[in-house]
Design a protein around this ligand. Sequence first.
Ligand code: NAD
Ligand code: TDX
Length: 350
Amino acid sequence: MGKKNIIITGGAGFIGSHVVRRFVKNHPDLHIINVDALTYAGNLENLKDVEQANNYEFLRIDITDKAAIESLFSSRTIHGVIHLAAESHVDRSITNPIDFVMTNVVGTVVLLNAYKAYGDTENGRFYHVSTDEVYGTLGEDGKFTEETPYDPNSPYSASKASSDHFVRAYHETYKLPVVISNCSNNYGSHQFPEKLIPLMIHNITHNKPLPVYGKGENVRDWLWVEDHARAIETIYFEGRNGETYNIGGNNEWKNIDLVHKLCEIMDRKLDRNAGDSAKLITYVTDRKGHDFRYAIDASKLENELKWSPSVAFDQGFEKTIDWYLENTEWLERVTSGAYSDYYEAMYTSR
Ligand code: NAD
Ligand code: TDX
């Protein structure tokens, strides 16, 4: 018998590339099929170190393309699916919500249907990788648990909440074996510089203003991307069908404090005078409907599946910054072309 086929969608993106790398390297008994449309956020350069592996294959397919997805699932036995492909940036969802409905909602249902019709549902499972943003926003206290009611505020989180609901509904209605995880903000290498940390690193290196939304008081709970990828691996193999697992780093930061910390480290690494980078901080108009605070209670995952974050934030953050400084070519390539139009539309005269 050949290797079991596992589809990982969105494997050319930020988190997906870490998940693909981990599965290809740790599971030579599995054949990993990376299904990705290569949108602006997808980049095969992120997977250079695994592209020659004999248990890895890349297919450029848009998950909303029903015929192409059905043809893939019907042409060979798909044991399991780890679904990460998504439109993932909140600000883009505010200007263009329909793309988020198409990929995040319709694309997820296309995959569910194909897996239900052709997949190895007796033995495998459909894993939906989701976000803590489906729970809405917290005040100063409390944390999201798996029982927190869904209350999404942005078009992005509404689309992810909707896709979570479809995944749950396929479990209830068709007994499809599914599992869902909802994770907090990730940081690490290969993140597209529309997101806070790589955007700020890029701007500091170019002495450009650092756009902090509102008063910078919003709070996010940051988790190292490798710890997220390891949680996904654990949940894929050991999680219980029909369950949701929250994933988080117990690591809350006010945006402005995080940006100041980044500026201090960048001053040191770039041999600048202390305080130079922080002079670039510029407060700009707040994000519409900006969720105030996210914080995750990950005790279910910690107790049931014995997962916990492996890296202290100081260490992971420093490693992350080093990666962007050592990979300036990557950063320059992904910020050439359409990025400048995006940046101008989003930030000029904000
Ligand atoms: P990303 O934007 O970096 O990557 C998304 C990937 O999906 C890209 O490779 C892109 O080409 C691909 N893609 C987009 N539309 C597609 C389509 N129609 N068909 C096929 N491929 C398509 O995203 P990310 O930050 O790596 O997030 C991955 C997943 O994790 C998403 O589902 C996101 O909701 C979830 N998530 C992200 C975070 C975070 O902090 N980034 C936190 C929790 C959950
Ligand atoms: O230029 C900026 N200035 C700024 O102040 C940007 C890009 C962001 N921010 C703020 C907004 C947020 O409070 O920083 C915080 C983090 O912003 P993002 O990096 O855009 O992430 P967020 O909106 O929190 O969502 C992220 O975490 C959950 C991911 O993008 C989602 O895909 C994931 O589900």
